[in-house]
Design a protein around this ligand. Structure first.
Ligand SMILES: Nc1ncnc2c1ncn2[C@@H]1O[C@H](COP(=O)(O)OP(=O)(O)OP(=O)(O)O)[C@@H](O)[C@H]1O
Ligand SMILES: [Mg+2]
Length: 634
């Protein structure tokens, strides 16, 4: 892990879409809303009701002034008949407004959480189906940000922005209608003013939508960096890179701050501007209204009062819509990133041959559910018949070529036969292609040319999950999950009993050290096993592979961190476990591989020698040189 390798990625801001609504993303989001039609219908009704009550307050003011206050002005005994009824009606209307406002906010909060849950579920399910290649080319921080930042802005949009935009639009339309009915002349004044105002604010707002998206990207970048720095704490300390890491963090933090500042400049400078412009409109309307009332008598005092009120109610939703639109654009950009993940090409599996537990009696093979320690390949044929062939564990590479990236071949023309029960060892310098060969057997990657056959069956025809079930794999990088040691070993076979787990640990020689731990098998492992040693982690991962009792084992440098004495005990345990089964071992220590049936020497992705220890020594080639110390492995 190089703390700075993030710098090598293209800058995240490079592909910033313009301030446009992504309608494809909108359509897909609507797809998720389909299940909540009834709720959304209720929400729409509530939003309309709560917006209309806003308008009703202005009409109420007009009626109050024109019908009750003005006629009683100057009279000794004001008539307030009917006033209490009007006030009661208004109270009722406001109550409806408050209740519906509460209801739609609550319903949307719940619905958006449900939609988000669905999206997260789908994202995770999809992630499990993605090929290893995807994780090679995307940093973990980036993938994580889909679940955190992107999902959160989406939730905010669904629960807040969308209802607000809808409510604002309804308010604008209803206020405009009321204004037109009250006085078209004053309405024209308001409209001209609003158009002028939008032109001014458009200048202030500038490209803030673009910065909202940049803000989101910088946030993802910063989070990814923090995650990498947490993982790499030891490396940072060893190389005294604290200052450098902080400088880089400051740079990224500054970038986020700058983008956030620009994005929010809109909200920060526009709100006071709009507010003050609202007062200006107030004054203009009062003067205009007064002039019209005096000269033509076209408007009543109540109408002017209600108009002043309406104009204030009009400005607010307009500024809200423009502000929320940025949020919507930002959230849709996040939704697009989420959908891009969902649209990634999943791992293909065209396999139809399955692996089943079997009873083998002479030539007769019958499928059975219980564990017999014997397996058979189940071939369904085009004519509906099914044939079974015993699983033996023969693996043949026939002219295999492979490269991780197109045009850069890593393995060249690999020919290799592992007979059932044989122990095949790969030796070769770092980067020679040892791990790569094993990555092809379990189909982490698909080959470019040639064939790999497993008991005579092309591995492309075998169900991936069955293929991987048949292999016990100890990977080069040991990965432990949060949970007890018992649970971590049981990961190899979920229905294994405690006794089976302990037996497997004994085989892997892990039992001794596990019992020395304060809580034994119940010791909690967290954060990828930071509290136990590297060698102990390897022993646990060997036990995890052993508990599955697989017909074929692949051990990638499984014993590299284990002392030689323990290693020979593990080897003995493994050898007894592997009796009659095929094992592939990759080891840096030649002592580990001497007793192998076939030793394969790799150099730059090519097999340069293969044979038994004695044959290769007699050949006096590379292996001989390695063995006699004339050459070091790396
Ligand atoms: N995920 C990957 N993407 C691209 N290239 C890769 C990837 N993994 C390995 N390579 C390249 O493939 C070549 C073979 O790598 P491989 O991991 O098989 O080596 P190895 O023999 O297992 O080495 P080591 O002894 O260090 O484990 C190397 O040149 C490496 O750079
Ligand atoms: Mg390797």
């Amino acid at each position: 892990m190089a703390p700075n390798n993030r710098n090598m990625r293209p800058p995240k801001g490079a592909k910033i879409p313009g301030q446009k609504i992504d309608f494809v993303a909108v359509k897909r989001l609507l797809g998720y809303m389909k299940n909540y039609k009834l709720t959304l219908g209720i929400v729409a009704v509530c939003i309309i009701l709560s917006s209309l009550t806003n308008v009703a307050s202005s009409i109420f003011l007009q009626i109050l002034i024109d019908d009750y206050i003005l006629p009683t002005l100057g009279r000794p005994n004001p008539v307030i008949q009917g006033l209490s009824k009007l006030i009661l009606t208004m109270c009722g209307i406001f109550a409806v407004g408050i209740i519906s406002g509460y209801l739609y906010n609550r319903l949307m909060a719940v619905t958006s959480q449900k939609v988000l849950k669905e999206i997260r579920d789908e994202m995770f399910e999809k992630m499990q189906k993605l090929p290893i290649r995807y994780f090679d080319t995307n940093t973990h921080g980036d993938i994580m940000s889909h679940y955190t930042n992107d999902a959160d802005t989406l939730r905010q949009m669904l629960s807040q922005s969308l209802p607000q935009v809808f409510s604002s639009v309804i308010t604008i339309v209803s206020i405009l209608t009321t204004m037109l009915v009250t006085s078209w002349l004053l309405t024209v004044v308001v409209i001209v003013f609003v158009i002028l105002m939008l032109m001014v604010t458009g200048k202030v707002a500038g490209n803030s939508g673009k910065y909202f998206i940049r803000q989101q990207n910088s946030l993802g970048d910063l989070n990814g960096y923090i995650e990498e720095m947490i993982n790499g704490q030891k490396v940072i300390k060893v190389f005294c890179h604290e200052e450098k890491a902080k400088e880089e963090f400051d740079r990224k933090n500054e970038e986020l701050c700058e983008n956030a500042r620009k994005a929010n400049a809109f909200a920060n400078s526009l709100m006071p501007l709009m507010h003050n412009m609202g007062y200006l409109l107030y004054v203009i309307l009062a003067i205009f209204g007064g002039v019209i009332a005096v000269t033509t008598g076209g408007v009543t005092l109540g109408a002017i009062a209600s108009f002043l009120n309406l104009s204030r109610g009009f400005m607010q939703p307009i500024s809200q819509v423009s502000q929320q639109m940025n949020m919507v654009i930002m959230a849709l950009a996040g939704a697009k990133r989420i959908f891009d993940l969902m649209d990634e090409q999943p791992e293909t599996d065209n396999g139809y041959v399955g692996l089943v537990s079997a009873k083998i009696d002479g030539d007769k093979i019958t499928e059975c559910n219980e564990h017999t320690g014997k397996w058979a390949w189940k071939h369904p044929h085009g004519d509906g018949t099914i044939t079974y062939t015993p699983m033996k564990g023969e693996v043949v590479f026939d002219g295999v070529d492979f490269g991780y990236v197109q045009g850069k071949t890593v393995l060249h023309d690999i020919h290799l036969t592992a007979h059932p029960g044989q122990k095949i060892a790969f030796v070769g310098a770092t980067g020679a292609g040892k791990t790569t060969i094993t990555n092809l057997i379990n189909r982490f990657y698909d080959i470019d040319d040639g064939k790999i056959r497993y008991d005579g069956i092309n591995i492309n025809k075998i169900h991936k999950s069955d293929l991987r079930h048949s292999l016990g794999i100890v990977l080069q990088d040991v990965n432990l999950f949060t949970g007890t040691i018992m649970e971590n070993i049981r990961y190899g076979k979920l229905d294994a009993t405690d006794e089976e787990v302990i037996a497997a640990s004994k085989l892997a020689n892990a039992d001794d050290f596990i019992r020395m731990l304060p809580d034994g098998y119940n010791t909690m492992i967290s954060g990828d096993g930071g509290q136990i040693s590297q060698g102990q982690k390897q022993l646990i991962s060997i036990a995890r592979a052993a508990v599955a009792d697989p017909p074929v084992m692949i051990l990638d440098e499984a014993t590299s961190s284990i002392d030689t004495r323990t290693e020979s005990i593990v080897q003995a345990g493994m050898d007894s476990l592997m009796k009659g089964r095929t094992v592939f071992v990759i080891a840096h220590r030649l002592s580990t591989v001497q007793n192998s049936d076939v030793i394969v020497v790799l150099e730059h992705g090519k097999i340069i020698e293969q044979g038994t220890h004695n044959q290769l020594i007699a050949q006096k080639g590379k292996y001989y040189q390695l063995h006699t110390g004339a050459f070091e492995l790396d």
